[in-house]
Design a protein around this ligand. Sequence first.
Ligand code: FAD
Ligand code: SF4
Length: 470
Amino acid sequence: MSQNVYQFIDVARIDPPKKPLKVRKIEFVEIYEPFTQQQASAQADRCLDCGNPYCEWKCPVHNYIPQWLKLANEGRIIEAVELSHQTNTLPEVCGRVCPQDRLCEGSCTLNDDFGAVTIGNVEKYITDKAFEMGWKPDMSQVEWTDKKVAIIGAGPAGLSCADILVRNGVKPVVFDRYPEIGGLLTFGIPSFKLEKEVMINRRKVFTEMGVEFRLNTEVGKDVSLAELVNDYDAVFLGVGTYQNMRAGLDNEDAPGVYDALPFLISNTYRVMGLESGPDYIDMKGKNVVVLGGGDTAMDCVRTSVRQGAKNVICAYRRDEANMPGSKREVKNAREEGVKFQFNLQPIGLELNDKGHISGVNMVKTALGEPDEAGRRRPQPVEGSEHVLPADAVVMAFGFQPHAMPWLSEFDVALDDWGRIKAPAQAEFAYQTTNPKIFAGGDAVRGSDLVVTAIDEGRKAADGILSYLEL
Ligand code: FAD
Ligand code: SF4
């Protein structure tokens, strides 16, 4: 590392430059330019190499951050990428989409006075650069066993489980109902945050490592769970949470009202040029109101902008400081022309004389006493009811576990919210109440983050290896 221990004073934190707004507003491509080698090296050099790195503890997969920052600073990319893969299956994805301000960068020692080290962007740089240089995981030392594991779901949890299993000589066969791997990385998160080529590249890399993918294959429809339980040594469930939450308003099923995920998925099919798929939901020329204040809401408003909506409003029932979405994405949405209206709660949906949505009945809110989670509850302000005109309304209130009737005969217990019970502290980590079946990711913890799904997939694979006595 450079000899200048005061690099963090001389060199300011920089984020990679963004594409010009006029391009951003019409294109479904990542908005950030990549770091140059010089920028990545200089930014990595800002790390103080703290004796007790908080960033590492706050990162859910406990990446060896100071160590790979040092290697990146020295241009030792292959060593850096090997090290980052010791703890993370998809570092190039986490570098792009983790809410770093709440995780690693949020706990960087330099944070308040000098600006945190740009950990996420260096992590992305290392992996992208290594792939560019032709790097592939080295499988030459793997001793193959005769064991095979069926993995249901090619999202980050399933892929991370497959990664650890295959590196330990166990054959993973991954089933997914979608035509491409990635789960929400491909079909939920839009390409202005994570381009589709990233997961397409990963599919090739995993396939070369020995992971087999059976895409366009839905368990419970195209193949039964009974077959998988019989034919494989263990099964991993990484099926996510796909039940859209609703507000319980009148007219929620009227034309012009959409759930967030079908809207984003239909757009992804269009962006990827996939032929068969859900009907495209088109916001061109429309007044769009998105209800909700999380990352999904930000993805919906920014997708609407790129589709050519006339006006896009994000309405949220608390104030800006209490929004759950990443501050970075709120800023990006604002720059792209999205208008935010805070302290507004929907109380009904207005229809025109053709029965189509024409507006959202809103009431203003004031923040009252804190709830169980410590967040102040929004209280309606009497007499503040009014209508926000809309040609299209998107409900982005989050997701709950979806029903899985195909699981019911297999003695896999669910909790009161429908999440699969698979404790980290079980005898074999992430084992369900059926000893042969393991689970992880959103299906177990409720909808959360890419990096927590990766963490659980990897730990469940360790549980499976112990269960298989390997
Ligand atoms: P998923 O990614 O949901 O993958 C589950 C997979 O299982 C899917 O591919 C599905 O097709 C498959 N499957 C389900 N049932 C079956 C079946 N019966 N047969 C075959 N296949 C099946 N997190 C972040 O960290 N940063 C972000 O910026 C971010 N943005 C988000 C934006 C949106 C719009 C959404 C919805 C989520 C976002 N998240 C973000 C959350 C993150 O994407 C999820 O927490 C993560 O993908 C969960 O991983 P998973 O593997 O558990 O499930
Ligand atoms: Fe930060 Fe996420 Fe990378 Fe961990 S995985 S270092 S939290 S960006």
